[in-house]
Write a protein that binds this ligand. Structure first.
Ligand code: PAF
Length: 276
């Protein structure tokens, strides 16, 4: 496996490669990321993974400064998972001058976007830059970041990028907590409490499967259950999978999404609801 730090080195290695499968990451990898690498390896070759903590997608007061940087351990794991090239640029390599920011559709201001202004513009910008550097045929993103996946699919389609976007399933701990690099911020007591986020989403999915259609009441019960246990809730929301907007009457391919803070850690999760 090769480790490169500049776009020029990367292009030197990839010139002429047409089947590249790409997994962008911010590092501090866990099993969820490695599953994405395995999915990429099944789709194309060579497999390229980027590791870049992107300042553009962090707001003031967020965790850009303390986001764990664990390049050596990440490289060992990526090699074992079948990655061929790791691209780990620094900020000056990615942003040598003031950066044009891609403005993404109104959906960027919904859900997480409403609580993290500019976040999805930052994500879309860095991913588009990385796509132009790597020129992949396939790119893999996790369903845990459901809104990010939706926005990046939209961007790829609207800009006619010749890239197939593949989605990896969320990987969970045995108690249901979705794996996330940010779980490492949780104290022991918070870690014990954290699976409640998945539990309240599962309860909503169960209620919808049982015929429940008062989504507002289900969302509000979930918010209350979290708040009673010390969470600060950004949102719990039932949305249509096709649009990520509130479902219209009779719409049956749904997804339930939530974001909430436990102490100083913001966690997100979602569950798709099977068609009724
Ligand atoms: O999902 C992430 O880790 C990041 O948002 C991404 C896609 C690597 C862009 O920085």
């Amino acid at each position: 496996m090769h480790l490169v730090h500049t776009a020029a080195e990367l292009r030197g290695m990839l010139d002429g490669e047409r089947g590249v499968a790409f997994v962008p990451t911010m590092g501090n990898l866990h099993t969820g990321h490695l599953e994405l690498v395995r999915l990429a390896a099944g789709a194309g070759r060579p497999v390229v993974s980027s590791i870049f903590v992107n300042p553009l997608q962090f707001g003031a007061g967020e965790d850009f400064g303390r986001y764990p940087r664990t390049l050596e351990a990440d490289c060992r794991q990526l090699k074992a998972a079948g990655c061929d090239i790791v691209f780990a640029p620094d900020v000056a390599e990615m942003y040598p001058e003031p950066q044009t920011v891609r403005v993404v559709p109104p959906l960027a201001d919904e859900l997480c976007g409403a609580f993290r202004p500019g976040h999805f513009e930052g994500v879309a910008t860095v991913v588009l830059k990385l796509f132009n550097m790597v020129r992949p045929r396939y790119a893999v993103f996790g369903k845990k970041d459901y809104q990010q996946l939706f926005i990046l699919r939209t961007l790829t389609r609207q800009l006619n990028l010749p890239i197939d976007i593949l989605a990896g399933e969320t990987v969970r701990a045995a108690d249901g907590l979705a794996l996330s690099s940010r779980n490492g911020y949780l104290s022991a007591a918070e870690r014990a409490e954290a699976p409640r986020l998945h539990a309240v989403l599962s309860a909503i999915v169960g209620a919808i499967a049982g015929g429940g259609r008062d989504y507002g009441a289900l969302e509000s019960a979930a918010r209350d259950a979290l708040q009673e246990h010390g969470w600060r809730v950004d949102y719990v929301s039932v949305r249509a999978q096709a649009t990520l907007l509130p479902p219209r009457d009779g719409e049956d391919r749904l997804v339930v999404l939530a974001a909430a803070h436990l102490g100083g850690t913001r966690l997100i999760d979602n569950l798709e609801v099977a068609s009724q």
